[in-house]
Structure formats: structure tokens, C-alpha cells
Design a binder for this molecule. Sequence first.
Ligand code: KG4
Ligand code: ZN
Length: 339
Amino acid sequence: MSITILGIESSCDDTSAAIVKDGYLLSNVTANQQVHEAYGGVVPELASRVHQQHIVPVVDMAIKQAGINRKDISAVAFTRGPGLLGSLLVGTSFAKGFAIGLNIPLIDINHLQGHVLAHFIKEKDHDHAEPNFPFLSLLVSGGHTQLIVVKSHLEMEIIGQSIDDAAGEAFDKCAKMMGLPYPGGPVIDKLAQQGNPDAFTFGIPQIADLDFSFSGLKTSFLYFLRDRIKEDSDFIDKNLPHLCASLQHAIVQILMDKLIKAFKLTGLNEIALAGGVAANSGLRSAVLSAAEKYKWKVYLPKLAFTTDNAAMIAITGYYKYLAGQFASHNIAPVSRFKD
Ligand code: KG4
Ligand code: ZN
């Protein structure tokens, strides 16, 4: 018998719905929220309201594009957390109503596990290799920076994480300091391609073990800009590509130092990138050159599956369905999971 999962993602500012049938992606529809651009960051209250407007048409479109009937759906998987509580509530309430209406099971998904399992999304006309267990995942997003040993689809161990800001947050906050639009990560990435990564140097933190820190870099960048602007008020405009390239270089260096350390400690040489920052061209090329040096097998997810999407929620739901892991109807979303 076929297993068809409807996945719903609403943890931040993207409303997304996807259909996965027997592990194959049939549709993945995402509505972005432009409303936050004017504020230079996601405004939680606005995000939840826009999710409410988007959720019905997005789910409807995902079902239509998949070419299925809603009666074909075996279970609804939704992001339970971590994320913005108001946003999560919209997806959770919708998923519950949908599951009750069709009398099908509900499956709660940890958003971060979804990012990691994005590597297992199968597409009919697009074959790709999947990582072999156990493997090492570097999850880098706007909210999280983690090194994870992935033992099976549903068994993961966090072996290092950021003690303050996430890598994506560092990109976004520094972009804001330079007057760039939100989200700043992709903008910095693009500008960095015309800049010199060695033009400026910023403080790289010395953090123990496999943990990361980005707040020191952010402060060092802020003070650097403040001092240079005092000397020349057009400093940012004149040096934008160099600033972006140098900042990206520093962020990538922090990530790579710990990734290499984790490889040496665990001996795991299958490396899978996940999360929005995995789209970064500087990080991708640094990982690929380390792969040559250390004989890694690297897995880079398709760009559409690195940033927030419901396909990763649906595929995680598929594996939880196979394992018989369902949620009760009184489950509540959580902004963060206890450590
Ligand atoms: O995984 P994601 O879509 O959402 C969260 O769960 O946070 O990640 C979004 C983050 C943002 O901080 C965004 O600036 C960053 O990913 N990002 C990038 C790039 N594309 C997205 N950062 C650097 N370079 C990129 N090309
Ligand atoms: Zn995410």
C-alpha cells in the first residue's frame, strides 16, 4: 500500500506545503513573505498573520500540483518547532484540523531534523546519491548552527552548536549594518563574488570543543565599520564587495575549523550540509576543497531544499510514519526544544 504524506512548514516566514508519496516528492509549494523586508528582519506578529492568509491556498496548490485527491493522503506531518510560536501555531492548528477532518494520523516534526533529512528527498526525474549512515551533518541556518552525527533517519546526536548567534544570523545582522536588505545572507554571497576575501580581517573566536560562536565576529565587524566610517563616511559604499567577501571568509573559516575538527574526532568522512546557509557559495567551495584534502564524500542538497521548505518535513514524516511515530491531537508547538 502506498504512503502519501502532506508536509506543512510554518516555523518562520515561509508557508510551505508538500506531498511525498513513498519517499518521492510530488509537489513542494512555498509562499514567501515580503512584508518583513521593510523592517530588516522577520516581525513575528506579522509572520503569523501572513501564514494564516497563505496556508489554505498553499496546501490546496500542493495537492493539485501533486495530482492527487486529498482522500489519498495517509498522514499530515507538520513542523512542531523550533521556530516562532505564533507562526508554528498556524501550521499546527491547520494540520490538526486537516487530520481530524480526514481521520488520518498526525505526525510532529522537529524542523532541524527536517533540514538534515532533506538529503533523502527523492525526485522522479532527478536521481541523486544519499548519504550513508552514520554521517556528519553541518546544519547552518538563520536560527541554528549545529554539528550532528546522523545515525539513522530518526536517530541524531548533536555534538556541537553555537553558543550565541547562528551563522545565518551573523550574515543577516552584518548585512543590516551595511544597509543591505533582509535576508542578507544571499546578498552578501553575491557581492562577495566580486570582492577580495583577504581585504579585511575580523576577530575569529577561540571556542572550546565543537561549539561555535558568532557574536564576537559581529561585534568586531560593527566596531570596524564604525571606526572606518569615522574616517570616511562613504567607506561602506566604496568597499562593499571587499567587506562582503572578507566577512563571508571569516564566517566560513569558523564553520570549516569545527567541521574539520569534528571529522578528525569522529572519523566520519561522509559530510552532508543542511540549512539555508548551505546555499552559500563560499561555504560550498571550502567544503569541496576540504573534501579533496581529507577524502570526504560531500552531499550538498539542492538549493530548493536547503532553505525552509515542506518537502523536508514531508520526507521526515514519511520515515516517522514507517516507524509508527504519531502525535496525539492535543500536541502543542514549541518555540524551542529543551537541551
Ligand atoms: O534554513 P533557513 O531557510 O531558515 C531557518 O531555519 O533559519 O535559513 C535562512 C538563513 C538566513 O539567515 C539567510 O540569510 C541564510 O539562510 N542564507 C544564506 C544564503 N542563502 C540563505 N546565507 C549565506 N549565503 C547564502 N547564499
Ligand atoms: Zn530552517
